[in-house]
Design a protein around this ligand. Structure first.
Ligand code: HEC
Ligand code: HEC
Ligand code: HEC
Ligand code: HEC
Ligand code: HEC
Ligand code: HEC
Length: 394
């Protein structure tokens, strides 16, 4: 009876630990003792017999081994995965000790207390991460919190940068790549630079837009997670009057009298349909801050004949280059030819078309907006995407 219960107990521990075991076959720490290494290796090979023998002959050292393992698990610099694995192993040791030698309840309690505490901490960490993810639920909202500690010290919330709001007055070419490289966290944005009139401070100087060093305005940017941020997650909550006022001040065009029912056109996900806005002549953003740049438009289209059943894709150089500088796409994102290796899997990782789509432009859920050309249909004048040379594909 007792042995059966014990086996069940051990296999339970073995099972729950299995996923982690495959990740950490051995602890690989300098402090690893012969007992620890053997215990983990028996674990991994599910060798009950060897484990039983090891536990039986190790009565004297096991309490010390368990305490040491707990200490090592909680040492500085141990990764989360490794720590959880070590705590799990300590748990198994404590159960093993109690089953064979008795009087292990206090050890078990000790391990479980730490495990519970760490699991709680992990849950809090996840919730915190999810909180910021939620703040980016509206396409084109970026939470900026690389200086989290300094912001906490100063008593301000992280920044919610409404990338999309800025697009109403400014074309991509205003900011990219002159003020910001088109990639998150590449610009090392900080208040020091902002106060020197760089980055956001190029405009947030009290003239073009509210000043970043104005104590009354901190919360306009440091708003992530606050109820006031709610309106930045909904195109319908735009303050049209303010947009018109700012457009007038900046010299961009905003014809809200042309809006259907006075509402911003949105797609099925509630995200702004920027092309509709443009085609209807509702807005015309500035293309540069000082009027020193006129878009260079490449007026052609590229057709992608997909090998799968899905409709073919049409890419308009015209649409893209009228908003975006050539240098934002060439040569870093696409080589200036028709042989780039463009694949959905790459896009979902933020490469090629996925640099913008799904981040600041319409998402991949809108298959038909890209896959718009029925199979067999030709598009007059369109260039044909060739794909990479065969030998290079490997
Ligand atoms: C008012 C300035 C401004 C305008 C206008 C602007 N952007 Fe950005 N963009 C930024 C900033 C700031 C970032 C974030 C940079 C960072 O985190 O270091 C960014 C980031 C990006 C990213 C990176 C996304 C990622 O997940 O890595 C892309 C892509 C992008 N912008 C595309 C565009 C496109 C396309 C347009 C025009 C339709 C545009 N931007 C207009 C300021 C602007
Ligand atoms: C090219 C100029 C420009 C740059 C660069 C710029 N902004 Fe703005 N921003 C504006 C203008 C203009 C407004 C509208 C101001 C107003 O409402 O009076 C604005 C408005 C805002 C708003 C308020 C949006 C709302 O509706 O509540 C926030 C928040 C903001 N900017 C944050 C930032 C941050 C953060 C950066 C840097 C990452 C930045 N901006 C870079 C021009 C710019
Ligand atoms: C125009 C938008 C904007 C305004 C207004 C603004 N900030 Fe910031 N602030 C930022 C951005 C962007 C960062 C960098 C975010 C990051 O850490 O990724 C930042 C960072 C900070 C930091 C972190 C330390 C550092 O050097 O980056 C502190 C502290 C801070 N802001 C305080 C304030 C205070 C106080 C005010 C009001 C006087 C204010 N901010 C107004 C955009 C703004
Ligand atoms: C939004 C990104 C983007 C922008 C902006 C852009 N291109 Fe392209 N370009 C592409 C893509 C995508 C291809 C096709 C890649 C493929 O099919 O392998 C391409 C292909 C090309 C080619 C080869 C095919 C052709 O059209 O002859 C040239 C040349 C080129 N681009 C020049 C330019 C110039 C000049 C500009 C600015 C006026 C520009 N591109 C702006 C994305 C862009
Ligand atoms: C540098 C940013 C960027 C890249 C890279 C990019 N796009 Fe776009 N694309 C945009 C922007 C901005 C719009 C305007 C609509 C929006 O923002 O939602 C747009 C619009 C479109 C449209 C709508 C055009 C229309 O006439 O309705 C299609 C289709 C499209 N893109 C396909 C692609 C394809 C396919 C690729 C890759 C070969 C690609 N885009 C790469 C930024 C980009
Ligand atoms: C931003 C534009 C864009 C959107 C949105 C988009 N695709 Fe694509 N897709 C492409 C491009 C460009 C290709 C490359 C065409 C080629 O040469 O095969 C492609 C290729 C494909 C392929 C061929 C195999 C592969 O993986 O490259 C399939 C299947 C596909 N897309 C399915 C989808 C589905 C399903 C959706 C919607 C969930 C979707 N796509 C949304 C642009 C897009």
């Amino acid at each position: 009876m007792i042995t059966r219960k014990l086996t069940a107990n051990l296999s339970l521990i073995l099972l729950t630990s299995f996923a982690l075991l495959t990740l950490f076959p051995l602890l690989g720490l300098a402090e690893d003792t012969p007992f620890r290494i053997e215990f983990v290796s028996n674990y991994q090979s599910m060798n009950f017999k060897a484990q039983e023998n090891l536990i039986k002959k190790s009565k004297a050292i096991m309490p010390g081994e368990i305490k040491k393992l707990l200490k090592d698990a909680q040492a500085k610099g141990v990764s989360l995965g490794k720590m959880m694995f070590m705590l799990d192993a300590a748990n198994a040791m404590a159960y093993g000790y109690d089953s064979y030698h008795g009087r292990g309840k206090r050890l078990i309690k000790k391990v479980e207390k730490i495990l519970k505490k760490e699991i709680k901490k992990e849950e809090a960490r996840t919730a915190k991460l999810m909180k910021w993810k939620k703040e980016e639920r509206f396409l084109g909202n970026f939470v900026m919190k690389t200086h989290d500690k300094e912001m906490q010290k100063e008593g301000v919330a992280p920044v919610l940068y409404p990338h999309w709001v800025h697009r109403i007055w400014y074309e991509c070419s205003v900011c990219h790549q002159e003020l910001f490289v088109m990639k998150r966290w590449r610009n090392q944005i900080s208040h020091k630079q902002i106060n020197e009139g760089k980055q956001c401070g190029t405009c947030h100087d009290g003239k073009i837009a509210f000043a970043a060093d104005n104590k009354a305005k901190c919360d306009l940017c440091h708003v992530a997670g606050k109820p006031e941020a709610e309106r930045l997650h909904n195109a319908k909550k735009l303050d049209h009057e303010n947009i018109a006022k700012v457009a007038k001040r900046l010299g961009s065009v905003w014809n809200d009298d042309k809006l259907e029912n006075g509402e911003i056109p949105v797609d099925e996900h509630g995200f702004i349909d920027w092309l509709k806005l443009k085609k209807a002549g509702i807005f015309e953003p500035l293309t540069s801050l000082n009027g020193d740049y006129t878009p260079e438009v490449r007026d052609n289209e590229i057709l992608y004949i997909s090998k799968s059943k899905i409709k073919n894709v049409l890419f308009s150089h015209n649409v893209h280059s009228s908003w975006i500088r050539c240098s934002s796409c060439h040569p870093a994102v696409f080589k200036e030819n028709l042989k780039n290796n463009i694949k959905m899997v790459r896009m979902t990782k933020g490469q090629n078309c996925g640099l913008c789509h799904g981040k600041v432009s319409f998402t991949f859920a809108d298959c038909d907006r890209c896959h718009s050309i029925p199979k067999g249909e030709t598009v007059e004048g369109a260039l044909l995407h060739k794909g990479p040379d065969k030998k290079k594909r490997k």
